[in-house]
Design a protein around this ligand. Sequence first.
Ligand code: SF4
Length: 367
Amino acid sequence: MPQQQNKICLIGTPWAEMESQFLTLGLTTLQARQTWDWVYRQGVLSFLSMTTLPLPVRHRLEAMYSLERLSVQQERVSNDGTRKWLFSLPNEANQCDSLASEMSIETVCIPEERRITACLSSQVGCALQCHFCRTGTMPLQQNLTTHALVAQVLHIKDVFQDWPQYRKTRRLTHIVFMGMGEPLLNYAAVREALTLLMDPHGLAFSRHRITVSTSGIVPVLASLARDCRVPLALSLHAPSDVLRSQLMPINEVYPLKDLMQAVRLYPRQSGTVRVTMEYVLLKGVNDRPAEARELRALLRGLPVKVNLLTFNPWAGAPFDPSSEEATLAFAQILAQGGIDCFRRRARGQDILAACGQLRAGTAQMTC
Ligand code: SF4
């Protein structure tokens, strides 16, 4: 349990641990359950508001525990409605002595007509150095705690007043782990956060509305399927080992043969329908008809769909976005092979919404 201002932070604490603490304090399971309800179903920010608990219990909890969210360092709102926050993190588990005093992460929220999607970060920086990704230029500094993972969701619910007392119709409907970091390299905390997000007595997100995106950490995929049973997105971005290793060095460790075998198994292991293949189109690099045909052959017979993403360029990026014509031609070749293929527009380009861009433009990296 993380500590904040000498109080124990309750957000992100697993149910069993919280119940055990309450029992140790001489409180009851019912009182633990009521507190859990106030925190995750009602979204209250103070124990004093928990009116189903006796007043002395409320004061006692208020003195011991915190319900603090993350502190907002910066907020930006795009012309298309996309919102992005840069959060400062408490320096709980620094893994580098020479770090700047500040740790920060980004969270993006994408409102669309019928859904609102939160895009969560799972690490500060990333060790995997995918060459098209701004976060990949930042060293890994810290794994996020379960508190920081869940607090990103609570913040968005606070902003949209997505709690029963406000009776708003706009609700946070979907969660994707596609922000800064590789979620499967912070698996213990991500698994705990997923358990909390899907808890029917708490936030109660359907597992079908949460997607974990990975660059392909093959040994963890079966655990994710078995433990969490959530849909998977795979950052593929290239149809061959040679090209993928150039774009994503992790491919040297887990090559396409192993990855595709894991993808074949994942839906059956997890009770999901298919895996989403994320493919960012980079002009003249992976967007030509030859790569489209190679991709079509690679994915033939696999339970997948393909999302074609528009590259969101950042200062100094070594790539350009594909042209409209190249994108359409690419999509057509996949469709001719019977592969379901969707185009994803870049969102929030005016606010540096792609992974790592806002933080990179703000933070002083000294690690
Ligand atoms: S794409 Fe994902 S795994 Fe690759 S560097 Fe960026 S954050 Fe890390």
